[in-house]
Design a protein around this ligand. Structure first.
Ligand code: PLP
Length: 400
């Protein structure tokens, strides 16, 4: 039975893509934007752009106000304090900021625990930090479903663990990770905890007072907002441990030729001109999302996800990776290379992702050189999935 999305018309790009005969199912990579975001960007640029936190003139004051309004909205979205919200250029830049800003805390022999399913953005900065400080990267193994194996993880996280960095929701396997137990255990061992919320933030609202991590990061562009903007949340105690990393602009308190002092968070970690329009656009996204019925969105996504999983399991020779909880499914097909499937889906206007999904070590661990990933957003409907399945069936007839 046809399942429409009540929010589809809010996203003008979906109709535009359809006119180009494109069905967009690569939402874990980036999402389309609601009209409210396009309007906010157009209003900012159309009514006078200005730099923030430095000019006393009216355009500067208005830009600063809109920019800081978004900080308040992000804080409200995550149940945090605005002073705990640092704007970055994306989840990757937030994680790099952490890996440099916390570097002084690490000594030879210290351990950094990450899971086997991390996106490169939550692996490489820690790997490089470990190399710089002679620390050891500990990889937490997964269970058969594609979740961090809690029993083993609790044994591997010990008194030498200085930091635990894990994804909330896997971008390859679509599995929620057992964060409450993991974070509580790491905290009890005295480790700092970092949660990569790049995928998790898109599905459901997460209360950071309940999650109790020290740091949480996400990218605006995966949450229906503009690209070039990320968020780094830090608990007060954790932010105080962060050293300034990038220098210049309004992050300075007093500058002199030989020495300078710097502001605390958040501005002290926002060197240079920030992505002003993008931040204002993120504010519009959150305002848009806050008006939606969160239960209806969750039910719609769950129902589409069920349709996707059933369709895949009904077809012979398809193996879904792990046991996806939500939002996406990655799969391989017996006897057919993922690049060939991707090619034939592309030919038929189906936009899905193929390859290693920026998680090469995970794919290697699964003994694969790639997989196809279908990922959903709130504007998708069951016809999008039907078009994908029709294209898949047609293609497989030719390929097999
Ligand atoms: N972490 C996860 C789990 C992701 O899926 C992604 C992007 O795919 C990132 C981090 C990096 O996000 P960005 O490229 O926006 O910095």
């Amino acid at each position: 039975m046809f399942q429409p999305s009540p929010w589809r018309a809010d996203f003008p790009a979906i109709a535009a893509l359809q006119r180009q005969h494109q069905t967009y199912l690569d939402n874990a990579a980036t999402t389309q934007k609601p009209q409210a975001v396009l309007d906010a960007l157009s209003h900012y640029y159309g009514h006078g752009a200005a730099n923030v936190h430095r000019a006393q003139h009216l355009p500067g004051a208005l830009a600063t106000q809109a920019f800081e309004d978004t900080r308040n909205k992000v804080a409200a979205w995550l149940n945090a304090d605005p002073q705990q919200i640092i704007f970055t250029h994306g989840a990757t830049s937030a994680l790099n900021l952490l890996a440099y800003g916390l570097e002084q805390d690490f000594q030879a022999g210290d351990e950094i625990a990450v899971s086997a399913l991390e996106h490169h953005a939550n692996l490489l900065p820690w790997q490089q930090l470990a190399r710089r400080r002679n620390a050891r990267l500990v990889i937490l193994p997964l269970d058969a479903h594609g979740r961090i194996d809690l029993e083993q993880a609790l044994q591997l996280i010990g008194p030498r663990t200085r930091l635990l960095a894990v994804s909330q929701l896997s971008n390859v396997l679509g599995t929620w990770q057992p964060l409450p137990s993991l974070l509580a255990h790491a905290r009890a061992q005295g480790a700092l905890t970092v949660v990569d919320g790049a995928q998790g933030v898109v599905h459901g609202r997460h209360d950071l007072q309940q999650l109790e991590c020290d740091f949480y990061v996400f990218s605006s562009h995966k949450l229906y907002g503009p690209d070039g903007v990320g968020v780094l949340y830090g608990r007060d105690r954790a932010l105080q441990r962060l050293r300034h990393w990038q220098f210049g602009g309004e992050m300075v308190q007093i500058a002199d030729y030989q020495a300078s002092s710097f502001r605390p968070a958040p501005l002290g970690f926002e060197a240079g001109t920030p992505p002003i329009a993008g931040v204002i656009g993120l504010g519009a996204t959150l305002e848009y999302l806050a008006k939606l019925d969160a239960n209806a969105v969750a039910a719609h996504e769950a129902s589409l996800h069920g349709y996707l999983l059933r369709g895949l399991s009904d077809r012979e020779g398809i193996r879904v990776l792990g046991t996806p909880d939500t939002a996406l499914a990655s799969f391989v097909i017996e006897g057919v290379h993922n690049a060939d499937i991707a090619h034939m889906l592309t030919e038929q206007g189906i936009a899905v992702r193929a390859g290693h999904h920026c998680a090469m070590p995970l794919l290697k661990r699964l003994d694969l050189d790639g997989a196809i990933r279908v990922s959903l957003a709130l504007y998708n409907d069951s016809d999008d999935l039907q078009r994908f399945f029709d294209a898949l069936d047609q293609g497989l007839e030719l390929l097999r």
